[in-house]
Design a protein around this ligand. Structure first.
Ligand SMILES: *Cc1c(COP(=O)(O)O)cnc(C)c1O
Length: 360
């Protein structure tokens, strides 16, 4: 079986966890603080606030920017549901933009249309989907022109670059997830990054019961703290991240060379982007996706459809009556198929998967 994901946990992670276990300080503490500093510094941001997941990171980020009930946030129609749920949790309303057909990322023109039609929008929340950064030249200019906060959801883009600058270092706030299938993991976990000290302080309050002085609760906060156990895993994973990404990129380059089937469109990479292939997502045209999936299943090859639906058409949002027609998203969602690209597969396995694709 060639699986679609496989977390890479080595002896280093196991030893680090055992050390925390032995210390007795297993909840949030010094190991978390070290991880926050190291991860923020890796991305090139001043403040890091580690938390329980990429989803809670998004909620913290939006709340820390003061987004709440009655506010509008422009975002992409095509992502994992959490990027919109973060907005909805705060009481704000998402306004959806369509995507760019080649990169699957938010289309800056569609985003501008949303900002024009919603002059009261407070923020633009973008997602670097599948590990390729969005066009940050255009999106940073838009945020400035329309005077909205920029939030980067980097849950799939640890270590990705736009013009040699890390994804997660462009926005007012950026968020990451450390779920086991992502480019690096802490088991479950996430982090909020910012250069704004006041936003960092607010994020810290939200994450920790609104408490700066013990048992004085300035706001109604949450318990979204990361544990030392998770942070210990994260510190070891961070040391390996660039190596993991190199292997993902090697596997992707191998697919690019091996896949020779005119029904398949391999990932497009913008010349300004360094793609870190959280997913290697092909488009299967000529209505052949179901057939390819069947062949994968017969050959023990894992795959994923990220994502079968646009966010606004998800059943959970039915009563919110969002507009549900997004022409590019609606075309792409019927064709995308993600194939194994993680650091745990060999070049021979990549060639096997490519052969199966070519045989169709
Ligand atoms: C994984 C993911 C999240 C949520 O992260 P969790 O840690 O699973 O809560 C948010 N946004 C995107 C784009 C993701 O891929």
């Amino acid at each position: 079986m060639i699986t679609i994901a496989k977390p890479q946990i080595g002896q280093e992670e196991k030893d680090a966890v055992m050390e925390v276990m032995g210390s007795g300080m297993i909840a949030s503490g010094g190991v978390v603080s070290e991880f926050e500093k190291e991860f923020a510094s890796y991305i090139g941001m001043q403040h890091g606030i580690a938390c329980t997941s990429g989803t809670t990171a998004l909620e913290i980020a939006l709340r820390a920017l003061g987004i709440g009930a009655g506010d509008k946030v422009v975002t992409t129609a095509y992502s994992f549901i959490a990027s919109t749920n973060g907005i909805v949790y705060t009481g704000a309303t998402p306004v959806f933009a369509d995507i760019d057909e080649k990169t699957f990322n938010i289309d800056p023109e569609s985003a501008e249309e949303c900002l024009k039609q919603n002059p009261d929008a407070k923020a633009l929340l973008i997602v670097h989907l599948f590990g390729q950064p969005c066009n940050m030249d255009k999106l940073c200019a838009l945020a400035k022109k329309y005077n909205v906060k920029l939030i980067e959801d980097c849950a799939q883009a640890h270590g990705a670059l736009w013009n040699d600058k890390k994804a997660g270092s462009f926005g007012d706030v950026s968020t990451f997830s450390f779920y086991p299938t992502k480019n690096m993991t802490t088991g479950e976990g996430g982090i909020v990054l910012t250069n704004d000290e006041a936003v960092a302080e607010k994020a810290r309050l939200i994450e920790n019961h609104g408490m700066k002085i013990r048992y004085t609760h300035d706001i109604i906060g949450h318990n979204y703290r990361m544990t030392n156990i998770a942070a210990a895993i994260g510190r070891e994973q961070l040391k390996k991240l660039d190596g993991f990404n190199d292997l993902r990129r090697r596997n992707a380059a191998c697919y690019n060379g091996e896949i020779q089937n005119k029904a398949m469109i391999v990932p497009y990479v913008d010349e300004h982007a360094k793609h870190v292939y959280h997913q290697y997502t092909i488009r299967v045209t000529e209505g052949k996706r179901d057939q390819l999936i069947k062949t994968f299943e017969e050959n023990g090859i894992g795959y994923g459809i990220f994502y079968p639906f646009s966010i606004p058409e998800q059943p959970c949002y039915k009563e919110m009556n969002f507009k549900t027609a997004y022409p590019v998203t609606d075309r792409v969602k019927k064709e995308v198929l993600s194939i194994p690209v993680h650091p745990g597969i060999t070049e021979d396995e990549v060639k096997t998967v490519a052969r199966v694709i070519n045989s169709l």
